[in-house]
Design a protein around this ligand. Sequence first.
Ligand code: ZN
Length: 180
Amino acid sequence: MHLWLKPALAQEIVGYAREAQPNECCGVIFGTGETAVQIISIPNIASEPKYNYHMDENALAKALYQAEHSQLEVIGFYHSHPRTEPIPSPVDTRLANYPDVAYVIVGLKNGEAHLAAWSIKRDQVMPIELVVSANKPIIENKQLSIVQKRAIIASAIIAFIFMLVLSLSLLPPAPIIPLH
Ligand SMILES: [Zn+2]
C-alpha cells in the first residue's frame, strides 16, 4: 500500500500545519485508490488542541457530502504534531477508527516539516509508503491478489493432470502373459 501526494497537496497540508501552530491541525484527504486529489481542512475542536485533535463533526459531514458529489472517496486523514515527530501517539492510535485509510501526520519538530503516512488497524500501526511527486509513481504490486493466486494454483493443477494423462497414454501396452 502506498499514498501518492502531488507536491502542491503536500505543501497545502504543511501550510495548514504551520498556520495552526502551536495547535494541531486536522483534515481529510480525498482521492481515488491510492491517489490523493483534494485536501479539506477541518477545524480542530479538541479541548486541548495543542496536544490532540478532534475534527468538527459538522464540517466533516459537509466535507464527506462534497466528496460524494465529486465522486471521490476518503482515502486518508491528516493532522499535525507541532513540536514532535510524525509518529502516531497512543491517543492517535486509539482513536483511529478507519482501518482502510492512510493517517498522514506532519511533524514540525524544530520547525522542519516531515510527513509520514500510517495504517492503523486496531492497535497495529504500520508505515505506509508516502510518495510526494508530480508524476504518478510506478510501484510494483508485490502482493498477488487472491484471483492471481487462484489462477496460478489452477494452472498448476491443469498442468499436472495434463502430464498425468500424457504419461499414461505413452505407457506401452500391458504385456500379454501366455498361460500354460
Ligand atoms: Zn497525533
